[in-house]
Design a protein around this ligand. Sequence first.
Ligand code: C5P
Length: 402
Amino acid sequence: MIQNKRILLIIGGGIAAYKSLDLIRRLREQGAKVQALLTAGGAEFITPLSVSSLTGEKTYSDLFSLTDEAEMGHIRLSRESDLILVAPATADLMAKMAAGLAGDLATTVLLAANVPVMICPSMNVEMWNHPATKRNMNVLRKDGIQVVAPAAGDLACGEVGQGRLADVADIVKAAQFFFDRPGMLTGKKALVTAGPTYEAIDPVRYIANRSSGKQGYAIAAALAATGAEVALISGPTSLAVPFNVHRINVESADQMLESSMAELPADIAVCVAAVADWRAEKAVEHKIKKNGKNPPALKLTTNPDILQTLSKSGKMRPGLVIGFAAETENIVKNGQKKRGKKGCDWIVANDVSPGTETMGGARNSVHLITDKGIESWPEDTKEGVARALAKRISEYFQKEPV
Ligand code: C5P
């Protein structure tokens, strides 16, 4: 419950700082107590007066305020909250956090913090995609910092791409989940498959499905944040390993199956991977030459079905097996059929028809199909869907004695 939780909001120096005012209101609406710390950069965009008017508290901004420092203000600030939320987190602030710098009040508080920290990055798309920012993100994730990923769309600088501060409602949901989830899946082991598989034709060519791995990684992260021990069996992706998740890298469906079976026994299996249905019957050892005439014949064979194998693994079967069904039409009907065919407990059916953002995008629109019926969830970010699924999984284990 976020009610009565103390949140220290650190407002970085980006144009999205103005959205932090709305964020304060929405957090307080949920019953949270918000104190704010305005960085010097943040104060270029909004004033301490507007922040204080909304928090109803003093707004901190200067490291060397004698009155505050007489009480060791920066240490106290870093100890008094249940969560430190950084929104917007600029590229500069993230770089300083990753390097452990402490040149102003915000970074000093962050370095001295012994409470969880959640950052909401916001910057220009090129800054977000820069290798330096990616490096810093990896460091911060490894340090256990929670991240509310930026959204894609029009940016204040006039460019288009990922980098926009996540919607205020999504930040509030992430903070709510943070307070709701603790430890509900502690002691449970989960395996998650994610990403595509690559099926070699020869040493340079392969067959694959389209998959960014984002939804599977988000589910692995949400399950880990809910206390589960998570093994993420991942095909090739460019994503960073989520905090507290053990990733096993694989390429082919055969390897994915072998690594999945090696993780049993497990309580939960969530198969999100876009496994290639077929592979070349025989991968050729050397690169196939173009002879200038006919293309080579490609004889295919069927790949093992990991979801089905896990669902039908007898005594070793995980207590709750969940599959995904990417459909372009008759989503629910096809999802129901798939549930029966694969033998899994739940199917998350998602709409990947042209015009949706699902493939490679940041959002998803799903229906959860169980033996009890169908739940159609509102469209959400992939992180939001992952959190909702982790919550449903937790509820399942609270209700069903295992
Ligand atoms: O049959 P289809 O590919 O539509 O089923 C999708 C579901 O089955 C997903 O959960 C996917 O991870 C899983 N699957 C699998 N192994 C395969 C094919 C699909 O685990 N070879």
